[in-house]
Design a protein around this ligand. Structure first.
Ligand SMILES: [Zn+2]
Length: 178
């Protein structure tokens, strides 16, 4: 199986994703620290719900399976703000390969090290720790997969943009027809 994630291009190694701790990097955003403090009063990170404010909570100094992880998809079809595109003046999406911040990279699930595993059943999945470990180890393990990720080809991107335009036209037709 192949998984996909929208990420920035690495500046020094443009064929690879950028490592870091934002939603567009190879890595996760943590909630809490050694003092078990949630990131805000309304924080849902500890609830195990998918709409948590950060990617994974640190509890008693560790991150754990089934509590969160790095978001990936099993379909390369990303929301438009994760694709290297812009809209022309007629509202049609065009491929924009000057945009280095929204690229799509793929990884074979078999290339994940034993300390990481894929969880979830829908199109949206998570790469999570296989066993409890420190946040730093989890982050290091995730970012250690950097050399295994491959960017989509120009052809792949063109196909995605076509699909996006087709779907947004169909969306418009539905609105007109009702
Ligand atoms: Zn939180």
């Amino acid at each position: 199986m192949i998984i996909y994630r929208g990420m920035k291009k690495n500046k020094k190694q443009p064929s690879k994703p950028q490592v870091g701790n934002t939603a567009k990097d190879l890595g996760v955003r943590r909630c809490g620290d050694v003092t078990d403090t949630p990131c805000s009063k309304l924080c849902l990170c500890w609830s195990g719900r998918s709409n948590s404010c950060k990617d994974i909570p640190i509890r008693k100094g560790k991150v754990r399976p089934n509590t969160g992880g790095m978001s990936v998809r099993i379909d390369p079809y990303m929301p438009h703000f994760r694709l290297p595109i812009k809209k022309d003046r007629w509202g049609t999406f065009k491929l924009d390969l000057n945009d280095d911040k929204c690229r799509v990279f793929s990884l074979k699930v078999d290339d994940l090290p034993a300390c990481l595993r894929l969880s979830g059943k829908s199109n949206h999945r998570l790469i999570e720790p296989s066993d409890p470990c420190s946040f730093d180890d989890f982050q290091k393990n995730l970012q250690g997969t950097q050399h295994k990720w491959k960017e989509l080809t120009q052809c792949d991107y063109k196909r995605l943009v076509e699909k996006l335009n087709k779907n947004s036209n169909e969306g418009r037709n539905v609105v007109v027809g009702t």
